[in-house]
Design a protein around this ligand. Structure first.
Ligand SMILES: *Cc1c(COP(=O)(O)O)cnc(C)c1O
Length: 421
C-alpha cells in the first residue's frame, strides 16, 4: 500500500470534508522554503505551513540545538522544578516584548495560550472579589479550537455544532474612523461587567486576512485601559515579524496586559505556547490563600526541547539578516500589490508587513464562489506553490528566507491565475 492509501485507512485530518476531499499529498522532506513530495515534486511553502514557519524547513541550526537538548534533558516536570531553557527563553523574550510584560506562562499551542490568557483575566477579577465575567472580542475573530478559544472567536461554520455550549461574549466591530467613538461608548456602557478585551492586533488571520489600522486599535486599547478592562493581545499569528515589526503590538503605544504566542515561537519546528502578563496580573494570584492559585498546567509545560527550539529560532530571528529579509519581502509585496491593483479579477488587495492578501472578484455568482477556492488551490499546487485560499482570498505569507526568485515566481503564477481563472 502507498503512504496515501495507508493514510486514508487510519488518519482523520483537520479541517477536511472527508467525503469530498482530495487525497493528501505525502511530504517526505523539507528544506528552506520548500517541501518535497514522495514523488519528488517540489512545493514552495508560500503560507509557511499554516503560518508557523519563519526561518525555512528543517533549519540545520534549530535541528542542532534540539538534538543537543534531547541528549541533555528531554523533559522534566515544571511544577516545583525548573530548567535553564525555560528561564533563558522567558528572560530573552520579556526583554524584547512591551516593557510591562513581566511573567511567562508556558503551554502547548496557540489555543492553550489563549485559554491561559482568558483564565488569567477571569480569575484576576475573581481573586479581587469583583464580578467581571464578560469578555469583549471582535466579530469574525479567531482565537483557536478549544472551548474557551472558540467562545471568544466569531460564531461560524467552524463553531456551529457547539454554539449553544459556548459562553457568551460581547462581539464588537473592528474600529475605524467612523465607529471609534461609538465603540468606546459601547465599552463604557458595559465596563463594570467586562473582565477583558481579546484581539488579534492589526490582522484577523482566519477571517480572511482582514486588516485594520493600528491607530484605532490603539485608541480602543487606551480606552479599555481607562475603564479597567484588561487587554489580551493574541499574537499567536502576528508575533515574530509577520507584521514587519517584531510584534504587532510594536505598532501601537498602549501596552497590552497579556500576550499570547505560538506559531512562529519555535520557528515552526514544534508545538509550543506562551502567555505573558504584567506584574499586576501576577500579583493578583500571589497570596497565602490557596484558592487564589491559577490551577492550570499541561503535562508538557515548558518542555525543554520546545524551549531549545524557541531559543534557536530567537537567535535566528534577532540576526540582522532576518529583519533585512522581512523588509525585502514587505517591499516586494508592496510592488506586486501596486502592479496588480485594479485588475478586473481582483476585488481588493491588502498588505500588512509580510502578509499580502488578494481578494478575488466573485460578482454575485455564488456557485462560482464555492468552487473558486478549490480551483485556485489546485491551480497553485499544480504550479508547485502551496497557497491555501480562505474562500475567495489568497494570501502569501512566506518564511522570511524566501528568495526574490521564488517570490517572483509566486507573483507571476498569481498574475497568470488572475488572467485565466
Ligand atoms: C492559529 C491561531 C490560534 C490557535 O493556535 P493553535 O496552535 O492552532 O491552537 C490562536 N489565535 C490566532 C490569532 C491564531 O491565528
Amino acid at each position: 500500500m502507498s503512504l496515501v492509501e495507508r493514510d486514508l485507512q487510519v488518519i482523520w485530518h483537520p479541517y477536511t470534508q472527508m467525503k469530498t476531499a482530495q487525497p493528501p499529498i505525502p511530504i517526505v522532506r523539507g528544506e528552506g522554503t520548500c517541501l518535497y513530495a514522495e514523488d519528488g515534486k517540489k512545493y514552495i511553502d508560500a503560507i509557511s505551513s499554516w503560518w508557523v514557519n519563519i526561518h525555512g524547513h528543517s533549519h540545520p541550526y534549530i535541528a542542532k540545538k534540539i538534538a543537543e537538548q534531547l541528549l541533555q534533558l528531554e523533559h522534566a516536570i515544571f511544577a516545583g522544578f525548573t530548567h535553564p531553557g525555560a528561564v533563558e527563553l522567558a528572560e530573552r523574550l520579556l526583554a524584547i516584548l512591551p516593557s510591562n510584560q513581566a511573567k511567562a506562562f508556558y503551554s502547548d499551542n496557540g489555543s492553550t495560550a489563549v485559554e491561559v490568557a482568558i483564565k488569567m483575566c477571569l480569575q484576576y477579577w475573581h481573586n479581587k472579589g469583583e464580578q467581571r465575567t464578560k469578555i469583549i472580542a471582535f466579530k469574525n475573530a479567531y482565537h483557536g479550537d478549544t472551548f474557551g478559544a472558540m467562545s471568544v472567536s466569531g460564531r461560524s461554520a467552524f463553531t456551529a455544532a457547539f454554539d449553544s455550549l459556548l459562553f457568551e461574549v460581547e462581539f464588537i466591530d473592528l474600529p475605524n474612523a467612523n465607529n471609534i467613538e461609538a465603540l468606546k461608548s459601547q465599552i463604557s456602557g458595559l465596563k463594570s461587567q467586562i473582565s477583558s478585551f481579546i484581539f488579534e492586533p492589526l490582522v484577523q488571520g482566519s477571517a480572511g486576512m482582514i486588516m485594520y489600522e493600528a491607530r484605532y486599535l490603539d485608541e480602543l486599547m487606551a480606552h479599555c485601559r481607562t475603564e479597567g478592562v484588561l487587554l489580551i493581545a493574541d499574537e499567536v499569528f502576528t508575533g515574530f515579524g509577520r507584521t514587519g515589526k517584531a510584534f504587532a503590538c510594536n505598532h501601537v503605544e498602549t501596552q497590552p496586559d497579556i500576550m499570547c504566542f505560538s506559531k512562529g515561537l519555535t520557528g515552526g519546528t514544534m508545538a509550543f505556547g506562551l502567555t505573558t502578563c504584567t506584574q499586576d496580573i501576577y500579583d493578583a494570584f500571589l497570596s497565602d490563600d490557596k484558592m487564589k492559585t491559577l490551577f492550570h498546567g499541561h503535562s508538557y509545560t515548558a518542555n525543554p526541547v520546545a524551549c531549545a527550539a524557541a531559543l534557536a529560532s530567537l537567535d535566528l530571528f534577532l540576526e540582522a539578516s532576518t529583519q533585512q529579509n522581512i523588509d525585502r519581502i514587505v517591499a516586494k509585496h508592496a510592488a506586486f500589490a501596486k502592479k496588480v491593483k485594479g485588475h478586473r479579477s481582483l476585488k481588493a488587495t491588502r498588505q500588512t508587513g509580510t502578509i499580502l492578501a488578494l481578494e478575488w472578484e466573485t460578482g454575485n455568482n455564488t456557485s462560482y464562489f464555492s468552487c473558486l477556492r478549490d480551483k485556485l488551490y489546485h491551480y497553485f499546487l499544480n504550479a508547485g506553490i502551496i497557497l491555501r485560499p480562505l474562500g475567495n482570498i489568497i494570501y502569501i505569507l512566506p518564511p522570511y528566507c524566501i528568495t526574490d526568485h521564488e517570490l517572483d515566481y509566486i507573483y507571476a503564477t498569481i498574475e497568470q491565475a488572475l488572467n485565466e481563472i
